[in-house]
Design a protein around this ligand. Structure first.
Ligand SMILES: *[C@@H]1O[C@H](CO)[C@@H](O)[C@H](O)[C@H]1NC(C)=O
Ligand SMILES: *[C@@H]1O[C@H](CO)[C@@H](O)[C@H](O)[C@H]1NC(C)=O
Ligand SMILES: *[C@@H]1O[C@H](CO)[C@@H](O)[C@H](O)[C@H]1NC(C)=O
Ligand SMILES: *[C@@H]1O[C@H](CO)[C@@H](O)[C@H](O)[C@H]1NC(C)=O
Ligand SMILES: *[C@@H]1O[C@H](CO)[C@@H](O)[C@H](O)[C@H]1NC(C)=O
Ligand SMILES: *[C@@H]1O[C@H](CO)[C@@H](O)[C@H](O)[C@H]1NC(C)=O
Ligand SMILES: *[C@@H]1O[C@H](CO)[C@@H](O)[C@H](O)[C@H]1NC(C)=O
Length: 471
């Protein structure tokens, strides 16, 4: 189903929303600047331009006139760049150690870097979406880096997490003369058609839940779909579900029920992604190892459907109501500019198939149907996705010609299924974090970090130092 694709793509996107929640505890400071870029880097017919934002901090630079000062450059991904700046503590720590210039660049079509202002996403002007590609974005970053280097040979290291990690890696592949290396954290560059099984994401989520407390957890979740569907078959049952979960707007129709079940599935995926070893204030504030908490509620098998229903509600509340201040559960929080941004990208280049084999995962069975997906993209945005575009441009699994890239992946991260887990040559470094969730290594150091994360950061720091030195 096309919707699976959208929902899971949302999962990447949700991280940003999650990150949004942390604003209250902002730690990092910077100047906000603008940089003028061509609207279309690949045409000589038009002079049109617009501005992208970037964040800039040179406080760690010891000698401003030193033409060898490193630049640590975050290749912004799907969201407001300030959110990434606050959640990429490792880059800041590295800048302090290496006396480097800090730059976080905002991805075109996100945050305040909108090429057509308020009308950027106006569906009656689908031509506004024509310049929303990975290639245009990398070109923005190439121009910005060239400007920042200001005629010197400053070594530049690109950093990124998730889609930002994909951009960091691809930037190094395509512009090796501008970046000495890339740290691509939790970057699923292989999550594309034909090179990664479409069910890998859900299989990893399932295994995270299966190993979190005891095996009854996934048994209960797998069983719950039938319970929801049976109950959802009657009006009284729909009311029971609405009451048990305290839904803001009660389930009235089959479409409402489907939306509710989609929401629950997405919560499981998000929980696996942000299964961090310390309490973090994301979309909802979460305890340390939230999946374990959820599975603690689901540790016993339940004999009646009503019993299971109430236990599921308690389990889900770990995510939706950890502070106890959620009045009612709102499952309709979907629409905003960033979400439309990522959905649009899945409808041009970022075609990532998802499916689930109901017997091997705790999720409902679903298939990947490209034609259906493509039709929806055309209907929504007048876009026809090109499923093999990314593989054509960036090589898919054939990246042996690339050098100086670190691919780090946490094995508890469902996106690791589409990550690079084997180095094709000795200039590409693969760092595995057995206990890591989604780009945990990019976050700031925390006393609760498992040793493997500390080791990973030390290795990354040493490799980056070598790139800078050898340059
Ligand atoms: C840059 O970061 C340093 C260290 O956190 C901070 O002291 C300084 O105020 C920041 N600079 C700007 C311009 O915000
Ligand atoms: C592009 O810039 C040139 C020189 O500044 C100007 O003469 C020309 O009219 C511009 N073209 C467009 C399409 O704006
Ligand atoms: C979108 O553009 C159309 C045509 O220019 C305009 O009439 C409409 O008000 C715009 N919609 C929004 C939401 O801005
Ligand atoms: C570039 O370098 C020149 C001198 O070499 C300096 O005057 C100018 O301010 C620099 N520009 C930037 C953007 O750093
Ligand atoms: C699953 O739950 C049952 C009780 O409902 C309990 O007897 C059993 O030990 C649990 N299984 C595991 C693996 O803990
Ligand atoms: C959240 O927790 C509080 C306190 O336990 C409770 O009063 C409230 O009903 C809960 N909200 C939801 C949506 O269940
Ligand atoms: C799911 O996987 C099992 C075992 O690998 C296989 O027998 C079954 O046909 C698969 N089901 C679907 C719907 O693909």
């Amino acid at each position: 189903m096309g919707e699976i694709q959208l929902r899971l793509s949302l999962a990447i996107f949700t991280v940003i929303l999650l990150i949004g929640g942390i604003k209250s505890e902002e730690k990092y400071h910077y100047l906000i600047k603008e940089f003028v870029v061509p609207l279309d880097h690949f045409s000589f017919l038009s002079n049109a331009t617009f501005s992208i934002r970037y964040l800039y901090n040179d406080s760690f630079v010891r000698d401003q006139s030193n033409a060898r000062t490193p630049i640590l450059f975050y290749t912004g991904n799907e969201g407001d760049i300030e959110l990434f700046a606050q959640n990429t503590g490792f880059l800041w720590e590295e800048a302090e150690r290496k006396h480097a210039l800090v730059v976080f660049a905002e991805h075109r079509y996100y945050g305040k870097s909108l090429p057509f202002g308020k009308s950027t996403f106006n569906t009656s002007m689908p031509e506004h979406l024509a310049y929303f590609t990975v290639e245009q974005t990398l070109e923005d970053y190439a121009m910005l880096i060239t400007y920042l280097r200001n005629g010197t040979q400053r070594p530049v290291v690109t950093f990124g997490g998730s889609y930002g990690g994909m951009l960091a890696a691809w930037f190094r592949m395509k512009y090796p003369h501008l970046a000495v290396g890339a740290l691509a954290a939790s970057a699923p560059i292989l999550q594309f058609p034909g090179i990664t099984d479409c069910d890998i994401f859900y299989r990893i989520v399932t295994s995270v839940f299966a190993n979190a407390y005891n095996s009854n957890c996934t048994v209960n979740i797998a069983k719950s779909w039938r319970v929801f569907e049976t109950l959802g078959g009657t009006d009284a049952g729909k009311k029971q579900i609405s009451d048990a979960f305290n839904l803001c707007s009660p389930v009235k129709s089959d479409a409402d029920l489907k939306k509710f079940l989609d929401y629950v599935e997405e919560v499981y995926s998000n929980l696996a992604m942000v299964n961090y070893p310390y309490s973090s204030s994301f979309l909802a504030p979460l305890p340390a190892f939230p999946v374990r908490q959820v599975c603690f509620y689901l540790k016993d098998l339940h004999t009646t459907d009503a019993d299971l229903l109430h236990t599921m509600a308690s389990a889900l509340a770990v995510y939706t109501n950890f502070t106890g201040t959620t009045k009612c559960l709102d499952i309709s929080a979907t629409s905003n500019a960033d979400e439309s941004g990522w959905n649009i990208q899945t409808c041009n280049q970022m075609v990532m198939p998802f499916c689930s084999n109901g017997t091997e995962t705790m999720f409902r069975p679903s298939t990947w149907n490209f034609n259906e997906f493509s039709e929806k993209c055309y209907k929504d945005y007048r876009l026809t996705p090109k499923p093999y575009d990314i593989i054509l441009r960036y090589g898919g699994k054939n990246i042996e010609a690339a050098t100086n890239i670190i691919f780090s992946n946490g094995l508890l991260d469902p996106w690791s299924g589409g990550g690079v887990l084997q180095a094709p040559n000795d200039k590409i470094h693969v760092i595995i974090l057995p206990e890591g969730a989604h780009h945990l290594d990019l976050r700031r150091s925390d006393p609760a970090d498992p040793p493997s994360v500390r080791d990973a950061r030390n290795k990354e720091s040493a490799i980056i130092a070598r790139w800078i030195e050898e340059f």
